[in-house]
Write a protein that binds this ligand. Structure first.
Ligand SMILES: Cc1ncc(COP(=O)(O)O)c(C=O)c1O
Length: 389
């Protein structure tokens, strides 16, 4: 990996240390170029006319994701964000009163709140599988919970509040064995982990563009296995998801685009396709290795600092590093780092009710690295923290 070139294509790298890739990563120049070019074209010739002139670039979005996830482009849909995609899948699942949905202790806040909402409105039951000592979903407990009432397993692959990687493929094997539908939230894993939907064994997978994929804000995607598409019930239809064939009849599209809206962020969709190609051209296995190595280095260096607590456990860890300093509140530390042109984020106790209560954690700090970060940046970051301490 030519880090100098990659950083040259990421102009903000020269001005700051960006360790907030789990929030929104910095987009590389080709992604920004694609975005701005389309916006300028819209300005020059009109929105609909620009849309017609860039059909191939829009179509590329589906092929790029087919390549990233190793699936058929017909199984891909564009979404405005990951939450919208995930919620749509839940709304589309035919669920009856008393059906159970299994999820994990580190499920993303909005996902879990959607489940709570469904429990109230559609009387489904939720089972939360605790994490084991490694911080991963406990497969033994999961196995014990799988019976005929379970309709869906909904798992977050890489949580936003901890550096753990859950064993998505192991969960997929169990889901297949028990013929249970499986929805994977790959919001933090897409773009940092090499994903293969068949190896994982998921039926649906959702994510957003702005995080490790380095796409623009306000973009997302989902994968829906072909065999699953007719089983799901569309919560709504429009001119894009269906054709109005007779006065009192319409026909639903025969691909995953049935879940999309006609109107959408065309520039963002084109640019996200470019971001996915950029990642695939670099090689997802190469990216995965580099992120793992940098995150391991960061954890090691943080552990050497007196008064700093690192919260990651286990062997399967992502680019997300969570920590705090004994002497400083998480928000104050984030502000201090920002003053030194270092971007990090704070993970709030309040939006991680299941996980943080279980682990007895207050608000904590999060530094999330990507392949374009460097060992020198990690040194600078740790030096800055040790001064603060
Ligand atoms: C694991 C996970 N899932 C879902 C989301 C929601 O993504 P979006 O903001 O694109 O809806 C996030 C956002 O941080 C996340 O970390």
């Amino acid at each position: 990996m030519n880090t100098d070139l990659l950083r040259a294509q990421t102009p903000a790298c020269h001005d700051l240390i960006h360790f907030n890739n789990a929030g929104a990563a910095l987009s590389p120049q080709p992604v920004n170029d694609a975005l701005f070019e389309h916006l300028l074209l819209e300005q020059r010739i009109g929105g609909y006319e620009a849309g017609e002139a860039t059909l191939d670039a829009q179509e590329n979005f589906y092929h790029a994701f087919g390549r990233l996830l190793r699936c058929n482009p017909r199984e891909i849909a564009y979404m405005e964000n990951a939450t919208r995609a995930w919620t749509l899948m839940l709304q589309a699942m035919p669920l009856a009163q008393g059906d159970r949905i299994i999820t994990g202790q580190s499920e993303y806040a909005s996902n879990y709140m959607t489940l709570l909402h469904l429990a109230k409105t559609r009387h489904i039951r939720i089972d939360v599988i605790p994490n084991d000592n490694n911080g991963q979903i406990c497969l033994q407990t999961l196995r014990q919970k799988l019976d005929e009432d379970v309709r869906l397993i909904a798992l977050t692959h890489v949580p936003s509040q901890s550096g753990v990687i859950h064993p998505a493929a192991e969960v997929g094997k169990l889901a297949r064995k028990h013929r249970i539908f499986y929805l994977l939230d790959a919001c933090q894993s897409a773009g940092q982990i090499d994903l293969d939907v068949d190896k994982i064994g998921c039926d649906m997978l959702t994510g957003s563009g702005r995080k490790y994929l380095r796409g623009p804000r306000g973009t997302g995607f989902m994968y829906v296995r072909q065999s699953m598409q007719d089983y799901l019930e569309l919560p709504s239809v429009d001119l894009h998801s269906a054709s109005w064939t007779r006065k009192d009849h319409f026909t639903i599209r025969d691909d995953a685009r049935r879940f999309e809206n006609w109107e959408h962020y065309v520039a963002g969709k084109i640019a996200l396709g470019v971001a996915v190609d950029y990642a695939c051209d670099l090689g997802m296995n190469v990216i995965e290795d580099r992120v793992r190595i940098l995150a391991a280095l960061l954890r090691e260096k943080l552990r050497q600092l007196p008064g700093v607590n690192v919260y990651e456990e286990g062997d399967a860890l992502s680019g997300i590093v969570t920590f705090n300093c004994d002497s400083h509140d998480a928000s104050a530390l984030q502000k201090f780092l920002r003053g030194h042109r270092i971007n990090t984020s704070v993970v709030r106790h309040q939006i991680n009710q299941l996980d943080f209560a279980q682990r007895g954690l207050p608000d904590i700090n999060r530094a999330s690295v990507h392949y374009y970060n460097t060992e020198q940046e990690i040194d600078t970051f740790c030096r800055c923290l040790s001064v603060r301490n």
